[in-house]
Design a protein. Structure first.
Length: 235
């Protein structure tokens, strides 16, 4: 098992944001967390990658307890996050943004190889290498954020709302690339408001409501579930 989350509790002050969630992800899978705003999806990703400390529970990666490790150590173990809202470095060029994603690595040849792999998935970034990140379109910024996340050569990529704010045609493209990244061997934990798209690429999924997992199953099972259809798939 690549990732195992056990009985995770997270508080923001008096707010009990995660209330004992448990789930897992196998090597090679795309697993999606779906739910309304405030359900705890982003909190889950931030806790896995070391940006938040849980009040109880544990996170295991390849069997190793990573619950208390600092974020940069978690990146060097093979987990990378693409944050909600992209968070690219606007004053830096595309090249510099990508290099920031490789900050835990020192072998220049390997970094150059990783950059070429990113260009294979995102050819548009190669065309804009010397352009400032802040001047890119929303779709290009999302591609840059994903490319930056891939520069550390993660085994597990955490994607937080990759379709947010994008036109439908770009959403299709981003999800095509997500499939491609997964087929090349990267496991993916996907948080996504667009449940229809998320379940179209995922192997399995979990439904979060107010900090608890209320449903789980294969993507097909969740697509066919009346509760999921009514709440997240528009009937």
């Amino acid at each position: 098992m690549l990732l195992q989350v056990e009985n995770l509790h997270v508080h923001y002050g008096a707010i009990h944001a995660l209330q004992g969630i448990s789930f897992h992800l196998e090597q090679g899978e795309i697993v999606t967390l779906i739910g309304a705003n405030g359900a705890g999806k982003s909190t889950t990703l931030k806790t896995i990658c070391g940006l938040l400390r849980p009040t109880a529970g544990a996170v295991y990666f390849r069997g190793q307890d990573i619950t208390r490790l600092p974020a940069h150590k978690i990146v060097s173990l093979g987990i990378s996050q693409v944050p909600e809202g992209r968070r690219i470095f606007a004053p830096l060029t595309v090249r510099e943004n990508l290099e920031m994603g490789a900050y835990t690595r020192s072998d220049r040849r390997e970094i150059a190889e990783s950059m070429e792999r990113v260009f294979a998935s995102f050819p548009r970034l190669k065309e804009r290498l010397d352009q400032l990140g802040g001047t890119l379109s929303g779709g290009e910024q999302q591609m840059l954020a994903m490319g930056r996340g891939l520069m550390s050569r993660p085994e597990l990529l955490l994607l937080d709302e990759p379709s947010m704010g994008l036109a439908p045609i770009l959403v299709e493209e981003i999800f095509r690339i997500i499939r491609e990244i997964n087929q090349q061997g990267t496991s993916i934990l996907l948080v996504e408001q667009n449940a229809h798209m998320a379940l179209s690429v995922a192997n399995r999924g979990y439904v979060l409501e107010t900090g608890r997992i209320v449903l789980e199953g294969t993507a097909a099972e969740l697509r066919d579930n009346a509760q999921v259809r009514a709440a997240y798939l528009g009937g």
